[in-house]
Structures are given as structure tokens and as C-alpha cells.
Design a binder for this molecule. Structure first.
Ligand SMILES: *Cc1c(COP(=O)(O)O)cnc(C)c1O
Length: 373
């Protein structure tokens, strides 16, 4: 039986040649390929500074430190995300405060932010889930009113836009991730982007063991980390950036083929896309209609897997992970919309090399198997 994976990178000869050249070069770390990759991303999104690091999670972590988020601060964010979003807040000893999501777009419900603000609130971490930017205008307004920082976890949204602005360039900083299932990959990798010179300076120092601007080898100005990205990875990332318009366009075509084939099934609900948004499709997630429950979803996923179609629940709410329950006492029922959507949502195979006949097959099986629930 043919297996259709959930995700798959898109590597061309250009990437292979770039990595080959890197491995033959004199420098395997902190060399010209790192700067070339950073510059390519800066030019693409239109920001001043980019600091490439070893993962998207590392970018979030140094971003939190550089923004001055500290012990006992509170940061407002969404529970309907990948766990790294909220973990980055925990890394600096601060507390993630979750607001519920919009039932249609599945993004943070900006109407619920104000009621979550306390004396301790320092920032709003906006997360652009599945490649759709969350509504930034209301977030910026609230942030201004209460003097809060706006930070962007744009790890799923490189190339996406809202109100004509690229995701990640609207807040104090944004970040990207380059794990193989993302729009572009470096194997493992991430990047912090900002227009703030000071944030960029601190981030550069933090990724390189807290070294100062001179990067003098045994002089350390602050508690830093080894979050460097190697020249091999930077070469891969640079080559992917040369192809990013194609990669995003192809993902859009695949998404449209899915939408076309699933939109008329009343048992499937698709993510609504706000009119002021340009998507950069990261995953293709759908959900079962309200009449179904989590057991139906899980049964459907195992039936799909039996047909060779890889699929996964997407996302599990962060606040219901065991260690979050233990740390903060979260219980079911606290974020009803997040919990309602997560119990019914799942990701379908999604990558540039999916063929139309594979999409036909996935949708045909999905539409049939749902009727067995
Ligand atoms: C992928 C992702 C990250 C982190 O990426 P890694 O490179 O795997 O560390 C952070 N936040 C979100 C929302 C993501 O999807």
C-alpha cells in the first residue's frame, strides 16, 4: 500500500549544491553563509535585522530575554498552538496567560485579551496559527492602551501578510522556524527578526554564549547559550529562500485543491480566512462538525491511517498538557472554544510534492470514511 506522509521537505539541486559548497568551505560556523541567509530573510520580509539560530524555539527563547520578559511577568497568548510558544514564556520564569480562540479562524480571540490583563502583564505573544496571521490591529491598540509589548510567534507563517504587512514584522520581534515540515527548512533552525537594533544586538550575543559585539572568543557579557546555526544549515536555508515564492505558491495550490474537494461536505469545517490576510499555508487542518466528538475524530484518523494516509490531531491545547495542569491548575472547561476545536481538528498530508491524484485519493477516502462514523 502506498503511504502518503503528513509532511515532506522540498529540496532541489540548488540546495544540494549550496550545502556541498558549504561543506567544502573553510568555515563551518559563523561564516558568510549565515549572513547571506539572514540577509535573504530580511530582504524578503522587509525588516532591518535577522538573527539565525538553531531552532524556532531558540528564537522564541532569546526573543523573550531580549524583550526583558522576567520572573513573575505575565504574557498573554493562545493555548491552541505548538507548545514551544508557551514554553518560551516559562523559560524566562514568566507565566503564560491563555485567552480563548475565535471559533471561525481558530486564532486568538482579540476581544478576550483585555479581560486577561493584570498588573503583571508585560506582553502579548501573538501566534499566527497554520500560516494565517492573527488580527494585529486590535492587538496593537490594546498594547498601546496598556503599555504592553507585542511579540509575534510567526514560526508557522513565513511569507504570510496582514493588512499588507508581512507576519513577524509588526511587533517588537517575530520569529521563524525551519523544521522540515515548515514552509522552508534548514533541517533544524530558526530566526528572530526585528527592526529594533538593541533587540538584534542582544539576540546575537545570546545565541553565541553571551559574547559581546566584538565576538571576542573568551569574553562573555551575559548569560548566553549555544544557539548557533551552522554554515551547512545556513546554506540550505539560503537556497530555500531563493525558491520561497515557488514553495509558498505551490502550497497555496495544494490548499485550494483540498478546499475545492472538502468545502461542500457538511461534516467537515474548514478554517475561515480573514479578508485582510494573505495566507502562507503551513499545514492543512480541518475539523469535524459539532455533532462529532473526540472519539469520532480518533476513529476517523485510525481509519485514514489504515489506508496509508498519515494524519494527526492538531493541536492539543497547551493548557491541558500534564505539566501545565500541575504548574497552574488548569482544568477542562476553562477555554471552551479551544477545547471544542482541538477535540475535532486534524491535519491532512500537506507538502509541495503532493499530486492532484493523491489529493483526490485523500479527499475521496475522507469523505467516505466520515459517513461510517
Ligand atoms: C514550529 C513552531 C515553533 C518552534 O519551532 P522549532 O524549530 O521546532 O523549535 C514555535 N512555534 C510554533 C507555533 C511552531 O509551529
Amino acid at each position: 500500500m502506498k503511504k502518503i506522509p503528513l509532511a515532506m521537505q522540498d529540496i532541489s539541486e540548488l540546495e544540494i549544491k549550496a550545502v556541498n559548497d558549504a561543506i567544502r568551505s573553510e568555515r563551518l560556523s559563523l561564516g558568510p553563509r549565515l549572513s547571506a541567509f539572514e540577509e535573504a530573510v530580511c530582504n524578503y520580509v522587509g525588516c532591518r535585522y535577522a538573527v539565525a539560530v538553531s531552532s524556532g524555539t531558540a528564537a522564541l527563547h532569546i526573543g523573550m530575554i531580549a524583550a526583558g520578559i522576567k520572573q513573575n511577568d505575565e504574557v498573554i497568548t493562545t493555548s491552541f498552538s505548538f507548545i514551544a510558544s508557551a514554553n518560551s514564556i516559562l523559560y524566562v520564569g514568566a507565566r503564560p496567560v491563555f485567552v480563548d480562540i475565535d471559533p471561525k479562524t481558530w486564532q486568538m480571540d482579540t476581544d478576550k485579551i483585555e479581560e486577561a490583563i493584570t498588573q503583571k502583564t508585560k506582553a502579548i505573544l501573538a501566534v499566527h496559527i497554520f500560516g494565517q496571521p492573527v488580527q494585529m490591529q486590535p492587538i496593537l491598540k490594546i498594547a498601546e492602551k496598556y503599555n504592553l509589548l507585542v511579540l509575534e510567534d510567526s514560526c508557522e507563517a513565513i511569507g504570510a501578510e496582514i493588512d499588507g504587512k508581512k507576519a513577524g514584522t509588526i511587533g517588537k520581534w517575530g520569529c521563524f522556524a525551519f523544521y522540515p515540515n515548515k514552509q522552508i527548512t534548514t533541517g533544524e533552525g530558526g530566526m528572530l527578526i526585528t527592526n529594533d537594533e538593541n533587540i538584534a544586538k542582544i539576540a546575537r550575543s545570546l545565541r553565541n554564549q553571551g559574547r559581546g559585539e566584538s565576538e571576542k572568543w573568551l569574553s562573555h557579557e551575559r548569560l548566553g547559550y549555544n544557539y548557533r546555526l551552522s554554515e551547512l544549515q545556513a546554506a540550505l536555508g539560503w537556497a530555500q529562500m531563493q525558491r520561497i515564492d515557488y514553495l509558498i505558491r505551490r502550497r497555496e495550490e495544494i490548499a485550494k485543491m483540498y478546499i475545492e474537494r472538502l468545502k461542500d461536505n457538511p461534516k467537515i469545517v474548514l478554517q475561515e480566512i480573514a479578508p485582510n490576510v494573505k495566507m502562507s499555508w503551513f499545514v492543512f487542518v480541518v475539523r469535524l462538525a459539532d455533532e462529532f466528538g473526540i472519539e469520532d475524530r480518533d476513529k476517523l484518523l485510525s481509519m485514514l491511517r489504515e489506508e496509508g494516509i498519515q494524519t494527526n490531531p492538531y493541536f492539543a491545547p497547551i493548557h491541558l498538557q500534564n505539566f501545565y495542569r500541575e504548574m497552574f491548575g488548569y482544568k477542562e472547561g476553562e477555554l471552551p472554544i479551544t477545547e471544542h476545536i482541538s477535540a475535532r481538528s486534524f491535519a491532512l498530508p500537506f507538502y509541495t510534492k503532493l499530486t492532484e491524484s493523491e489529493i483526490d485519493f485523500v479527499c475521496e477516502r475522507l469523505n467516505k470514511l466520515i459517513d461510517k462514523l
